[in-house]
Design a binder for this molecule. Structure first.
Ligand SMILES: *Cc1c(COP(=O)(O)O)cnc(C)c1O
Length: 352
């Protein structure tokens, strides 16, 4: 840190992203990307003609993209806004709906960025511990007097909350915004989008990074009542009005319009997940019931950190979090069948 770095952020602990080796010498199962390329229409949408228009700014309203998302989810365009990855959208929601007096409530074991953003924005965290089996204790979510973040399915556990529980949280916190981060919902979760018309305090945030094979394009979106969406747009237009670039707008539209490809990819990932989970259980691994595109697995024989390093030596990258209650677990992205067979073979060789 230089002596010029602002003192107010001297304690900031940035989020550590999963390793992104640029030469692909690894089987990469560490950052929950899709093993499949983007929908074929994405490649057609990003033509040389479109690249030649990059000297012009993108549409600050992302009108065509917003309309495509609204259409896909049965919403009106004013119920949708987009951002540079759902990370940015989530940051906007924290900026809009939290402050020193309005904490953010979230689980002790969940997506690490929430904590980082809270410290960056000077927002207090209200930490709600998961039960011993990593399930959510919904009794803790009543009258919180905080903006509430529900990650559904949760990361890195993959555990899903039924819609009835989300509805309970919405009803128990009528004067606070409840954000449901649905980054992984397309692999078998139940989306809260269907509740938007009934709950004015609900914001659903999704991403094209995982289920639509566009992690590198950076595209996420929020869905909710038009006033909440307008609030998020106030933040966006006070920060970076051109936050979604021209090529990503086009890629996002093409991805939204190809429902068959979307279903084929998410279905294949879910099927591979369930097959590999069954094999790992047979080998003695402890697993949660993951409805996401990753497994949260614990070997009965090799500690988590050691297994992570041994897999890396064998050319397979997975994610290990050196934190309480997580240190013996690995978060393993569900890749292609071939990649997962290589993982299972490596685990057998290692005696895991
Ligand atoms: C991956 C992820 C995100 C962020 O995804 P973007 O690539 O920024 O769209 C947000 N929340 C959770 C829980 C995630 O796992």
């Amino acid at each position: 840190m230089s002596r010029f770095f602002t003192k107010t952020l001297s304690a900031l602990q940035p989020y550590t992203p999963g390793e992104q080796p640029q030469n692909m010498q690894y089987i990469k199962l560490n950052t929950n990307e899709s093993p499949f390329p983007p929908a074929p229409g994405v490649l057609d949408a990003i033509s040389a003609e479109e690249v030649s228009k990059l000297y012009l700014y993108s549409d600050p309203d992302c009108k065509a993209l917003t309309e495509a998302i609204a259409k896909r989810y049965g919403l009106r365009p004013e119920q949708v806004t987009v951002g540079n990855g759902s990370d940015e959208v989530l940051w906007f929601t924290l900026r809009a709906f939290c402050d020193e007096q309005t904490p953010l409530a979230y689980s002790d074991i969940t997506y690490g960025c929430y904590k980082t953003w809270c410290s960056m924005l000077n927002v207090p965290s209200k930490i709600l511990p998961l039960k011993d089996d990593y399930s959510v204790d919904t009794a803790l979510y009543r009258g919180l007097n905080a903006t509430v973040m529900v990650t559904n399915p949760n990361a890195p556990t993959g555990i899903c909350l039924p819609l009835a529980d989300i509805e309970d949280v919405l009803r128990a916190n009528p004067d606070n915004v409840v954000i449901v981060d649905e980054a992984y919902v397309d692999f078998g979760g139940e989306s809260a989008v269907s509740l938007i018309e009934r709950y004015e305090n609900l914001l659903v945030v999704q991403t094209c990074s995982k289920s639509r094979s566009l992690a590198g394009a950076r595209l996420g979106f929020a869905m909710g009542n038009p006033e909440l969406i307008a609030d998020i747009n106030r933040i966006k237009f006070s920060f970076n009005p051109y936050n979604v670039n021209r090529l990503t707008c086009l890629a996002g539209i093409a991805a939204m319009e190809d429902e068959d490809y979307f279903r084929a990819c998410t279905g294949a990932v879910a099927a591979t997940r369930d097959r590999v989970a069954a094999e790992l259980k047979e080998m003695g691994f402890a697993l949660t019931d993951s409805r996401a595109n990753f497994l949260f697995a614990e070997s009965s024989r090799i500690p988590g950190g050691e297994l992570y390093r041994k897999l890396k030596e064998k050319g397979i990258l997975v994610r290990h979090f050196d934190k309480p209650r997580l240190e013996n677990r690995l978060r393993i992205t569900v890749g292609s069948d071939r990649q997962m067979d290589a993982l299972l073979a490596a685990l057998r060789e290692l005696g895991a």
